[in-house]
Design a protein around this ligand. Sequence first.
Ligand code: DAH
Length: 346
Amino acid sequence: MSTLASLEERALAELRACTEEAALRAWKARYLEGEVEQAVKKISTLPPAERPAYGKQANELKKKLKAEYESALAAEKERALARSLASAPLDVTLPGRPARRGRLHISTQTLRSIYAIFADMGFQIYRSPEVEEDETNFSLLNMPEHHPARDMWDTFHTTTPGLLLRTHTSPGQIHVMRELCPQPIRVILPGMCYRYEAITTRSEIMFHQVEGLAIGQHVTMADLKGTLTAFARRMFGDQRKVRIRSSYFPFTEPSAEVDIHCLLCKGAGCRVCKHSGWTVILGCGMIHPNVLRAVKLDPGEYQGFAFGFGVERPALLRLGVDDMRLFFENDLRFLNQFPSLSGAAA
Ligand code: DAH
């Protein structure tokens, strides 16, 4: 019993002398896990008569020293924190880390500047599906099955016969005419298109297109020319030379393509424009009578024009990007370079 009393005295004195966490832990090992534990174990070696009194005192000692240790440890931790705050004060006046702001993808920015231009000319936006039927993507656009014109588009067919990923936004013409005709129409149809093509620096298997469609009773080729010239000037700059040249598309008659003076060499001729000085920006034409008939419009009474163009290619030329694949690789090092396009003109 007297051993226990002196053990307590010694242990407490030493505990009070500890001024660091490491010393406290050493104390714990020495007493709580060492001598005190030994003293408790000793109970079983004593004569039965002495066990209750000794056992009680030993267990109480253990409990008391444990509590003392815990409060000493907590107090030491408090002191350590106070010491560290005093030696390296926290400077709350430091500026915080700036939150990184997101930004619009370069294709979205380009699309929005296109919407703004056409909105000013009274065009509304009409959304149509990316998964189409063979009929709307081809047949109703005057390309019956096995028509060689279909070869102009490399197609992703789904496992459901007759269902495919649209190769162009033109099938949207059918949807919007079915929904709105015989009311007059002035819409653009933006969206993603898909082609089963080799992916290269100049072509991707997916890309955005914007289709345009105007239908009415007095729509002429002059309206088409005026609309597209105005668009090209606002999109690519007032001074940019624009030319309209005849071409062929199955769903328009007559068909044309619009070229602008090359964005890189401005007409002088360079590698990108194959030394012609011109870059083609879109296809267009007057709606083919067969397409009007497909949506039950009388070509004798109604006419219209349509056009369609890719979004990434002109954006690429305008920004001097040399690889089409960068647009959809989601590499922030690329995307972060285009905080926002100012205005629509280059
Ligand atoms: N759909 C055509 C393509 O993807 C582009 C096009 C040409 C759309 C002439 C038109 C048009 O509406 O009239 O190549």
